[in-house]
Design a protein around this ligand. Structure first.
Ligand SMILES: Cc1ncc(C[n+]2csc(CCOP(=O)(O)OP(=O)(O)O)c2C)c(N)n1
Ligand SMILES: [Mg+2]
Length: 571
């Protein structure tokens, strides 16, 4: 077979063109330049960033928000190692992304090449697949397999890492080695649920008086079926950060503001594409004292972790929910859910109304809640909200009312705010995008405001500036006899920094300036509004014990209950 003129770099770019990501994210380097060059000649937009970690965060947000594969490129050595945190974050977010790394020429293997370090060994535990593609003829087959793995073939969706040595990128292969099947995008095959499992789940549901549905990432594609199940079952519903916005807060099943009560009183919990991780008390009776469990998920990792269900339904989530809804024969008993929802509406209304009235702190600076009150007046229904930080994340979770929402997530990954918002703004140029970041968290990828300016990402970055890593500072103050050390920052002017990068930038010192400043920011996005907020706060994450990291459970109330269950002597 005669080699053609196409190199492996050509084929890699053609592969990405065929698999259709609208854009890719990366930071250039010689080891990946052959692919970079071919992508640019094919007209696939490359969003060039200021830190490879930001490229991977952007790919993650792109994947989570659009359902497309997210793609990031990082050069060999420090380029790849700079992505480690972001890849680990994508792993916990279960985001289907493909990270393409640079790799020294195979002919220099083990000789001490430029930018050589064992990327694949570093990436393996935090990816679905991590491989060096050393054989030119195999690269397309391997890429196809990598994408399948990212999309959840044989496990959960998540990041994959592949690299092609520079000399292999320059190798040419015969056209015949590039089977069209390797390039063709194809839907993942979906297993159908076993009707017997569905019947058993339906029987449990029919016998429950306080059924509660909790959704997660694995429910994202199954909104209509989820709504149908809620209607047919009369179950109450809680979302989690992973699937926020899937069921609107006005739906009669929605009980978001009554989370603790819903979990305490539920007699049957149906998890839908949701891990029972720390955010749900690992499914322990400490967090769900009365509940039996049904687990519904396509992927084992969202079905049998920590507490297997008495019934588990494996298979396509949409099908499972539809079959379950159709198996319920009696009309739903909605008494419990209706009571919860009424309480939710009342509490949420009161909370939103209170935001604007939250008093200034002892230092005279405004409370962060004022930001969310002002955003509420500013944002349209289709806004995309991103939250990143400590205290501010805790306040945002309650106060940032956006139909689509991303945050630092289960990984608690400070630094996602600016790159996530940039990716959101590029993917949805007609929707308002706002990132509310702590001043600490902002600093981790602050240079990405430059990416926003250069690529016209029309996001608004709101910096809640309390001159501190505040949730940690307050923890030191309260739990370490006031020994505050290494947790304060300068009262820096991040708006001036933004203006230096050609963004619209304003500083806001008083709450009555917020509305006008935000209005100007949305009109001139990309824009940054630096808001002086008080350190004098007690966020719910702090009060509930997240920052003190209890032994058994993430929250002190659950930890206490667990100690009681295990009869642990506290003395
Ligand atoms: C990358 C990373 N480093 C450190 C932490 C620990 N941490 C969690 S919240 C927090 C403080 C965040 O400060 P800021 O973003 O300013 O928010 P604030 O609490 O002041 O509102 C820190 C240091 C983390 N979760 N992630
Ligand atoms: Mg701060």
């Amino acid at each position: 077979m005669a080699p053609t003129s196409a190199t492996i770099a050509d084929w890699t770019a053609r592969f990405l063109e065929a698999r259709g990501p609208t854009r890719v994210f990366g930071l250039q380097g010689g080891h990946i330049q052959p692919i970079w060059d071919r992508l640019s000649t094919l007209g696939i937009p490359i969003v060039d960033v200021r830190h490879e970690g930001a490229a991977v965060h952007m790919a993650t947000a792109h994947a989570l928000l659009t359902g497309e594969l997210g793609v990031a490129l990082a050069t060999s050595g420090p380029g790849v190692t700079n992505t480690v945190t972001s890849v680990a974050n994508a792993d916990l977010e279960r985001a289907p992304i493909l990270v393409i790394g640079g790799c020294p020429p195979a002919r220099q293997d083990h000789m001490g090449p430029l930018q050589g370090t064992p990327h694949v060994d570093i990436m393996r535990p935090i990816t679905r697949l991590a491989r060096t593609l050393r054989t030119a003829d195999q690269v397309l087959r391997e890429l196809d397999h990598a994408v399948a793995m990212a999309r959840g073939h044989g496990g959960l969706p998540g990041p994959v890492y592949i690299e092609v040595p520079a000399d292999v990128l320059r190798a040419r292969i015969a056209d015949a080695a590039a089977l069209p099947e390797y390039l063709a995008d194809r839907p993942a095959s979906r297993a159908l649920p076993d009707p017997r499992d569905v019947e058993r789940a339906a029987a449990l549901l029919a016998g429950a008086t306080h059924p509660l549905v909790i959704s997660g990432a694995g429910a994202r594609g199954a909104r209509d079926a989820l709504l149908a199940l809620l209607d047919a079952s009369g179950a109450a519903y809680l979302d989690t950060q992973e699937s926020r916005g899937l069921v609107p807060a006005r739906h009669p099943a929605y009980a978001g503001a009554m989370r603790a009560m819903a979990m305490a009183d539920a007699d049957l919990v149906l998890t839908v594409g949701r891990k029972l991780d720390y955010q749900l008390g690992y499914g322990s009776p400490a967090a769900f004292p009365r509940a039996r469990f049904v687990r519904i998920a396509e992927f084992p990792g969202e079905r049998d972790d920590n507490r297997p269900g008495e019934v588990a339904i494996a298979g396509a989530v949409g099908h499972a929910l539809t079959m379950l809804a159709q198996s319920l024969r009696s009309p739903p008993d909605c008494a419990w859910r209706d009571g919860l929802h009424a309480k939710h509406v009342e509490r949420a209304r009161k909370y939103l109304a209170s935001l604007d009235a939250t008093p200034n702190g002892a230092d005279g600076r405004m409370h962060p809640n004022r930001i969310f009150a002002a955003l509420d007046r500013q944002l349209r229904g289709d806004a995309i909200g991103v939250a990143d930080g400590g205290d501010i994340l805790s306040f945002a979770r309650l106060g940032l009312d956006a139909s689509t929402y991303l945050d630092s997530g289960a990984f608690g990954c400070l630094g996602v705010g600016v790159p996530y918002a940039n990716a959101a703004a590029l993917a949805f140029p007609d929707r308002p995008v706002v990132a509310v970041c702590g001043d600490g968290a902002f600093g981790l990828h602050a240079m990405e405001i430059d990416t926003a300016a250069r690529h016209g990402c029309r996001a608004v970055f709101v910096i809640a500036n309390n001159a501190a890593w505040n949730i940690e500072r307050v923890d030191q103050e309260r739990h370490y006899d006031g020994r505050v050390y290494g947790t304060t920052l300068g009262d820096s002017d991040y708006a001036a920094m933004a203006r230096a990068f050609d963004l619209h930038g304003e500083r806001v010192r008083h709450a009555d300036e917020l509305d006008a400043a935000l209005e100007r920011a949305f009109a001139h996005a990309p824009a940054l509004v630096d808001v002086a907020v008080t350190r004098d706060t007690l966020s719910s994450d702090l009060v509930k014990g997240l920052s003190i990291v209890p032994d058994y459970q993430p929250l002190t109330a659950w930890d206490d209950a667990e100690r009681e269950r295990f009869d642990v002597d506290d003395a």
